[in-house]
Ligand binder design. Structure first.
Ligand SMILES: Nc1ncnc2c1ncn2[C@@H]1O[C@H](COP(=O)(O)OP(=O)(O)O)[C@@H](O)[C@H]1O
Ligand SMILES: O=C(O)C[C@@H](O)[C@H](O)C(=O)COP(=O)(O)O
Length: 331
């Protein structure tokens, strides 16, 4: 079963949200207190997804606001360098700073992120900086949940979604829940539910759907039943190393297991998964196959040091799928 896009569009995917900096611990397998050096990469979930899908060959664009400083310029030139259209990345003129994410790698499965996101430039994207002529050119608008955390970025995203709906552009909502960016769980649930009610494709971990539903231990069946009553056509629910499911409005369900790998750290899994899943879907692969692309890409990225720079080529993903070494997990 395939998922159909409007083929008469110049861009495969346009992402909206934050483009930031990741500072990843160079000395790892220790707490951050003992880490003295960090490597710099472009980061921010929607930027990572745009980078991953561009490296896989999609024509990608980005809408966001970056700081008018060295970090902002680094982000823009890196994104341009991997083939992303940066014409709709706006430079902040009010002195707001680039968001930073320091990563701590204590062990392969004990990682955390220390984020510096006070007054960050990306959350100052204005609705007036979202351009209908641009959005209209995309097959898919990818929205990151974190961009809904504060105004005016929240309104800019809501406008982008409205313009997508008006112009036959599918909306994919990557829940990308970062608790520290939000004021309260209630607020998150309100805005997540609003965008989820408009999106045709929704991707998130089980915990992120729980944040949207403002509950604990939610069940996939209840979640999808509710969302299929709105605009959703395809819902992906990820369960970490236990794999992921794609639910289709027709009633079909697909499952992918994670691929065995030499794990260095856990972050980067979600963004690499989304970029390869969307790449495969937009390239016309079947939904079950697209899940494998997502899983394989994630497995490659968790074995490497960064999120953005580590995004794989198509050949690497296909090699891993062909090897077929999956992690057995309970159903
Ligand atoms: N330890 C791991 N080894 C191999 N693949 C993994 C591992 N952890 C996660 N993955 C893959 O990454 C995907 C996304 O991971 P998940 O943890 O659910 O998302 P997120 O990073 O957004 O929290 C999973 O569906 C799985 O395919
Ligand atoms: O999204 C961010 O601001 C931080 C990311 O750049 C970082 O690489 C990361 O946490 C990615 O993790 P993922 O969401 O598990 O892919």
């Amino acid at each position: 079963m395939k998922y159909e896009f409007n083929s008469d569009k110049e861009f495969d995917l346009i992402a909206i949200g934050r483009a930031c900096i990741d500072l990843n611990a160079v000395e790892y397998n220790r707490p951050m207190e003992e880490t003295m050096t960090f490597s710099k990469y472009v980061g921010g979930s929607p930027a990572n997804i745009a980078i991953g899908s561009s490296k896989l060959g999609l024509k990608a664009g980005f809408i966001g606001k970056i700081a008018d400083d060295q970090h902002g310029r680094f982000i823009k030139s890196y994104m341009q360098g991997v083939g992303i259209d940066v014409s709709n990345i706006v430079t902040d003129k009010d002195g707001h700073k680039t968001g930073l994410a320091f990563t701590e790698i204590k062990s392969p499965d004990e990682c955390s992120i220390l984020m510096y996101r006070d007054d960050v430039a990306d959350l100052y994207l204005e609705p007036s900086e979202v351009n209908e002529e641009y959005i209209k050119k995309a097959k898919l608008l990818l929205v990151s949940g974190t961009a809904l955390a504060a105004s005016p970025s929240r309104e800019a995203v809501i406008k982008a979604v409205q313009l997508a709906k008006k112009n036959g552009v599918k909306v994919a909502f990557e829940l990308d829940y970062r608790p520290y960016t939000w004021k309260s769980p209630e607020e998150t649930a309100v805005y997540y539910s609003l965008i989820a009610s408009q999106a045709e494709i929704i991707i998130g971990t089980r915990d992120e759907y729980d944040a949207m539903e403002n509950r604990k231990d939610g069940r996939n069946q209840e979640t999808v039943q509710h969302l299929f009553g709105q605009s959703a056509e395809l819902i992906v629910i990820k369960h970490g190393v236990d794999g992921s499911y794609a639910y289709v409005k027709s009633g079909d369900v697909f499952r992918a297991q994670a691929y065995k790998t030499n794990v260095l750290k856990t972050f980067g899994a979600g963004d690499s998964y989304a970029s390869a899943f969307l790449y495969a879907l937009i390239s016309g692969k079947k939904i079950g196959e697209a899940l494998k692309y997502g899983s394989a890409s994630a497995s490659i990225v968790v074995s490497k040091h960064s999120s953005s720079e580590a995004m794989p080529q198509v050949e690497e993903i296909e090699e891993l799928i062909a090897k077929n070494e999956k992690i057995e997990a309970p159903r």
